[in-house]
Design a protein around this ligand. Structure first.
Ligand code: HXC
Length: 260
């Protein structure tokens, strides 16, 4: 596929995907979604690729939201029958089992904030701003924002942001648990790629398993989650990479992973 709204490149074992509609602050329209579905599908299917980074082009925005100009004239029945927005979660969250990081380089508003929160974690630049300003458009988050933001930062801040539309800056976002680290804008991509390389250097089966376990914490009771964790741990002990990892530790050398 020739991409028109995103850029995709492989850097060693890391796939870098860049939202590329800078004139509209990387607003997320249907074409962006279709291209991201293909790009994430290709990343997931390619065994040489072990981690992905999603960022926005330009210095101003990761993504300023779903494309308001595309949504403005759409009828309610179209949103409903087309189950508008459901494919973001089904493709980028549910079927992308391999890890990926959002590198947020400016505004992450509405669907942009929701897209960033679909990532396994967020690294933000100092100028990043997060918000769910949909209320000002007469709507509300539609791609998981009310749920993922509340789980990430708690009810008080999520309510504050959704009801007032105020933006959270990078410092507050880190303090609130929405992002894992904040770096100067000039260092953002390097930091995200370096982090992705670390993950890409891990045993790949264990990487998927670790991701699955952490995500299970949001879906299960504590007892169920701990049982799930223990069972997955036990399954991992049957992998060749477990034997290699423990042997490598004892022999004081780096592990060489087979993904088996
Ligand atoms: C379409 C957008 C856009 C968007 C910005 N643009 N955000 N186009 N959809 N979400 C376009 C502007 O129309 C403008 O195009 C260009 O990008 C630059 O934006 P400006 O507004 O001129 O920039 P600035 O004054 O710096 O303001 C930046 C901003 C503002 C604060 C981020 O653009 C803004 O408030 N954007 C909308 C944010 C928002 O409401 N997001 C939620 C969307 S709803 P032109 O052609 O005029 O130069 C949503 C629904 C989620 O996400 C539900 C499920 C997905």
């Amino acid at each position: 596929m020739t991409y028109e709204t995103i850029l995709v490149e492989q850097r060693g074992a890391v796939t870098l995907i860049t939202l590329n509609r800078p004139k509209s602050l990387n607003a997320l329209n249907s074409q962006v979604l279709e291209e991201l579905i293909v790009a994430f599908g290709a990343y997931e299917a390619d065994a040489s690729q072990r981690c992905a980074v999603l960022t926005g082009s330009g210095e101003k925005a990761f993504a300023a939201g779903a494309d308001i100009k595309e949504m403005a004239d759409k009828a309610a029945t179209e949103f409903y029958t087309g189950d508008f927005f459901s494919r973001w979660t089904s493709h980028l969250v549910k079927t992308t089992r391999k890890p990926w990081i959002a590198a947020v380089n400016g505004f992450a508003l509405g669907g942009g904030c929701e897209l960033a929160m679909m990532a396994d974690f967020i690294i933000a630049s100092e100028n990043a701003k997060f918000g769910q300003p949909e209320i000002k458009l007469g709507v509300a988050p539609g791609m998981g924002g009310s749920q993922r933001l509340t789980r990430a930062v708690g009810k008080a801040k999520a309510m504050d942001m959704c009801l007032t539309s105020r933006m959270m800056d990078a410092v507050e976002a880190e303090r609130s648990g929405l992002v894992t680290r904040v770096v100067p804008l000039a260092d953002l991509l390097d930091e995200a790629l370096k982090t992705a390389e670390v993950i890409a250097g891990m045993p790949p089966v264990a990487a998927i398993a670790n991701k699955e376990m952490v995500n299970a914490a949001f879906e299960m009771t504590l007892d169920q989650g701990i049982l799930f964790e223990r069972r997955v741990f036990q399954i991992l002990t049957a992998t060749e990479d477990k034997a290699e990892g423990m042997a490598a530790f004892i022999e004081k050398r780096p592990g060489v992973w087979k993904g088996k």
